[in-house]
Design a protein around this ligand. Structure first.
Ligand code: AMP
Length: 279
């Protein structure tokens, strides 16, 4: 497995590949877990070569967010990638990736008005910019994103369509612990007590899905079910609990179109997100 730390090194490696050696690309911020490896496995099943990028992207963190303390266990990440059959890790330094006078950004207007877009101004502009730049460097035939970050995945899918990028986008289902907690690099920040309280997120989502499957289509009622379950777990703060359309990511009153139930909740200083798709 190659570890490529500069854009020039990656390009040299990629140029040596023949046209049939298509790349499946899994962009990450590192601190890899089984959820990331599920994306890698999806690519390994379809693409001749799998490339993982590891880059904690400063552009997508707000000033009060956890950029500095975000975990960076690079040696362990490399080991996991090697064992998973990854062909190359692309892990640039921020200083090589963004010139000091970098000033070009990519924004998908509209889909970032709600959910995490409302709570984290500028976040998706940072995500779109880094992913577009990574696509330009990595040159993948296919790219893999987790449903866990559903707003990110749908925004990037739209970016690819709007800008006619020549690659396929795959969204991979969220991997969960047996407790229901969605795997996340941020789970390491949870105390044992917070971790057990945070299982309320998936319980709330699953209870709402059961009510929906029995015919409950009122967004207020479904959000009430989630809120009840989550409030009972004494969260530090509820950022949002929403029911939005899959097409526009805009709030719904009635779930009569394909929908997403999504939430973001703090336990201690750790902000966790989760979602399920309905319809
Ligand atoms: P991150 O390193 O958190 O930026 O995540 C990199 C990719 O892994 C994103 O596409 C995430 O949506 C995806 N991912 C994160 N957690 C999970 C999970 N539990 N199951 C599946 N994919 C995930």
């Amino acid at each position: 497995m190659e570890i490529l730390k500069t854009i020039a090194d990656y390009r040299q490696w990629r140029k040596a590949m023949t046209p049939d050696q298509g790349v499946g690309f899994v962009p990450t911020m590192g601190a890899l877990h089984a959820g990331h490896l599920k994306l890698v496995a999806s690519s390994r099943g379809r693409d001749p070569l799998t490339v993982v990028s590891i880059f904690v992207n400063p552009l997508q963190f707000g000033p009060a967010e956890d950029f500095a303390r975000y975990p960076r266990p690079f040696d362990e990440d490399s080991r996991l990638c090697r064992e998973a059959g990854v062909a190359a890790i692309f892990a640039p330094e921020a200083s090589d990736f963004y010139a000091p006078d970098f000033s070009t950004f990519c924004e998908v207007a509209g889909l970032d008005l709600h959910l995490c877009g409302a709570a984290r101004p500028g976040h998706f502009r940072g995500v779109c910019t880094v992913v577009l730049k990574l696509f330009n460097i990595v040159q993948p035939q296919r790219a893999y994103f987790g449903q866990k970050d559903i707003q990110q995945a749908l925004i990037l899918k739209k970016m690819v369509r709007d800008l006619s990028l020549d690659l396929e986008m795959e969204i991979v289902e969220t991997l969960r612990e047996p407790s229901g907690l969605a795997l996340s690099s941020r789970n390491v920040f949870l105390s044992p007590d917070e971790r057990s309280r945070a299982t309320a997120l998936s319980r709330g989502l699953f209870l709402a899905r059961e009510a929906w499957a029995k015919g409950g289509k009122s967004a207020a009622a479904l959000k009430g079910i989630m809120r009840g379950e989550i409030e009972a777990s004494s969260p530090t703060r509820i950022d949002y609990i929403e029911a939005v359309s899959q097409s526009a990511l805009a709030p719904l009153d009635t779930l009569d179109v394909p929908a997403v139930l999504a939430l973001a909740v703090f336990y201690g200083k750790t902000r966790l997100i989760d979602n399920i798709l309905l319809g």
